[in-house]
Design a protein around this ligand. Structure first.
Ligand SMILES: Cc1cc2nc3c(=O)[nH]c(=O)nc-3n(C[C@H](O)[C@H](O)[C@H](O)COP(=O)(O)OP(=O)(O)OC[C@H]3O[C@@H](n4cnc5c(N)ncnc54)[C@H](O)[C@@H]3O)c2cc1C
Length: 575
């Protein structure tokens, strides 16, 4: 039998230390559990949370009257009829508590006249997004949570530990197997409950705003453990990702906060505003939802009215130098070092894969279908339906993290372990860690970029049956032929080949789930646009659930959207 070199034991295992994972760890420790918080990168520095720039949507009502039911109503409208209304209500109702708690912990939300400053963002009916200046929301949130985790008794943090499999026994999650990236060895972990908070999947697309750690592992791990996923077809494309001129050392989605604060004008290649041709308004403000703007740009380009690099122009020339500097001081200097002067000319922008609305199916306690397995953050599906509102993702990470950690601690059992349960997962790592003599066979880089191109071209912004079918066939072929033939060409401490094999395995499993779901949704809705089925079909206002049957087959069915009854009297109180 293959034994792991190291065996750990904990009450609650938290997989992934972004905003959701760190909040879950704090909440589980507050509930009296011993917590193991691990990350394949550095704890609190590896995922999307630290990269977020500005918006955190929350009905604080500090500068204008607001109420969480208003936020909820906007979230449901943006979600095009598919939001899990119970999860959306949780997000909106508990968001203010998390924002206040983060405030007490010293995150430094920007204030104006003694109140939290709240800005307008697309799809919200009033200024609702708090932030930390300048473009510092994600780093400030991550730093605050890292500090709080460090000061909370009962949390053990481990970096560079990548979970490759969850371990189940008698239908309940019993722990996990991980690859110790520093040593190159397998590690087994027995846990009384597990919170899966390993983030999203946008690395799977050629143009993305992701880091290398957003490769869809949450979904692949959950599927393999027997959990259901929902709405995997809904990948959000952020409409105004930077396209040209070349931008070094700055975030490709940095134009979002510029638009929040300054409006700006989105223009086609003829220097004309165009969003009003697509059923939205955006003139001088920033109000058109992300799905509408993305498809409007794609269609302008297809009609021959794109900017020179195949996108749209974004112009702030009318704002003036002084107002630009007032809103974004130090960022204006960094742009100047990239040769960009917003007072003098526009930049080019185009859609970019940014977030995933689908994910692990959970109840309002963040419990998955597998007893003992909870999920949090972008790993969770449903709250945002077919299209997410700006700013909901950080709120979701904090709220769902807290709920998942609290419930995992409450419902944990005493950890039990038998090495036999983890034998296959451990021996996979051991086998892949054996050095081989030859460098023949497929290479990870080539396969992974083929997958990214395949998803971008065939399972991306515009889809049709022919392209989806071709993509599915190649993904399945890569799973059955290329992955087994891939052998790492390095081994030992910090040899990335073994990790890359598991990255590709997870990416292919997740890509298959996205493609099967996209093929089965024979309509266009929100972020899922079918060129061969352009209309929204009211009969398809349901969620799609996907699970593994047997060893490998995916089964898909439809389930009714979970509705919530909200007290409309309290909604009126916000007027
Ligand atoms: C560039 C960018 C800007 C954004 N800006 C905003 C914004 O302004 N407002 C907003 O609301 N949202 C924004 N988002 C979205 C938002 O940041 C994310 O949805 C949210 O932070 C997700 O938090 P999370 O904790 O679920 O995941 P993450 O923060 O991504 O954390 C997941 C962690 O899991 C780890 N991990 C992954 N796989 C494994 C494994 N197998 N084993 C162990 N660890 C693993 C990763 O290393 C990572 O640290 C932005 C996203 C990006 C990429």
């Amino acid at each position: 039998m293959a034994d792991a070199d190291t065996h750990l034991e904990t009450d609650v295992l938290v997989v992934g230390a972004g905003g959701a994972g760190m909040y879950a760890a704090i909440a589980a420790a507050r509930g009296g559990a011993r917590v193991l918080l691990l990350d394949k990168s550095l704890v609190g520095r590896g995922g999307a949370t630290i990269m977020a720039q500005m918006t955190v949507a929350v009905a604080m009502g500090e500068q204008a009257p607001d109420h969480w039911t208003r936020h909820h109503a906007d979230t449901l409208t943006a979600g095009r009829g598919l939001c899990d209304e119970v999860l959306a209500a949780l997000l909106c109702r508990e968001g203010p508590d998390r924002i206040r708690e983060m405030d007490e912990w010293g995150v430094g939300w920007t204030r104006e006249d003694g109140h939290l400053k709240q800005v307008m963002a697309p799809g919200h009916d009033r200024p609702r997004c708090v932030f930390v200046d300048f473009l510092n929301t994600g780093p400030a949130v991550a730093k605050t949570l890292r500090g709080k985790v460090a000061k909370t008794d009962g949390i053990t943090r481990v970096s560079n530990l990548s979970v490759t499999s969850l371990v189940t026994h008698d239908g309940r999650v019993a722990g996990a197997v991980a690859l110790d990236l520093a040593k190159g060895n397998p590690v087994t972990i027995a846990a009384g409950a597990v919170v899966l908070a390993a983030g999203g999947l946008t690395r799977l697309y050629r143009r993305n705003s992701a880091s290398v750690n957003m490769g869809g592992e949450s979904y692949a791990l959950a599927l393999d453990a027997g959990a259901s996923l929902i709405d995997m077809e809904f990948v959000q494309f952020f409409p105004i990702g930077h396209l040209a001129p070349r931008l070094v050392g700055m975030d490709p989605i940095m134009w979002d906060p510029f638009r929040y604060k300054l409006g700006g004008r989105l223009l086609n290649g003829n220097m004309e505003e165009f969003i009003h041709h697509y059923g939205a308004t955006d003139s001088g403000a920033y109000t058109a939802p992300r799905d509408v703007t993305s498809y409007a740009i794609v269609r302008e380009v297809a009609a021959g009215r794109g900017s020179p690099h195949g996108g749209a122009y974004l112009s702030f020339e009318h704002i003036g130098e002084a107002a630009l500097r007032d809103a974004f001081g130090p960022v204006i200097d960094r742009l100047a070092r990239n040769g960009i002067d917003l007072a003098q000319g526009p930049v080019e922008v185009a859609p970019i894969a940014h977030y995933h609305m689908g994910g692990i199916r959970v109840d309002e306690r963040m419990a998955s279908d597998v007893p003992g397995l909870y999920a949090a953050g972008e790993a969770v599906g449903g709250a945002n339906g077919a299209n997410r509102l700006s700013g909901n993702a950080i709120t979701e990470a904090l709220v769902f993290g807290e709920v998942a950690g609290r419930n995992a601690a409450r419902d944990r059992i005493a950890p039990v372990w038998d090495a036999a349960w983890a034998e296959k997962a451990v021996s996979d790592i051991t086998r892949l860690s054996m050095p081989i003599d030859t460098a023949s066979g497929p290479a990870f880089g080539i396969l992974f970029s083929e997958l990214q191109n395949l998803l971008w071209d065939k399972v991306g912004l515009s889809r049709d049956e022919q392209r989806l079918t071709a993509a599915l066939s190649r993904i399945r072929n890569m799973r059955s032929v290329d992955l087994p033939a891939l052998h790492p060409r390095d081994s030992g401490p910090f040899a990335m080949g073994v990790q890359e094999w598991f990255d590709l395995r997870a990416a292919l499993a997740t890509a298959e789930a996205i493609t099967v779901s996209a093929l089965n949704r024979t309509e266009s809705r929100g972020a899922h646009q079918r060129e061969d089925m352009p209309a929204t079909d009211p009969a398809q206002a349901h969620n799609q659930r996907i699970r593994r049957a047997g060893d490998d087959e995916l089964v898909l069915d439809t389930i009714p959207v979970r509705r919530a009854t909200i007290d409309t009297v309290s909604r009126g109180a916000a007027e």
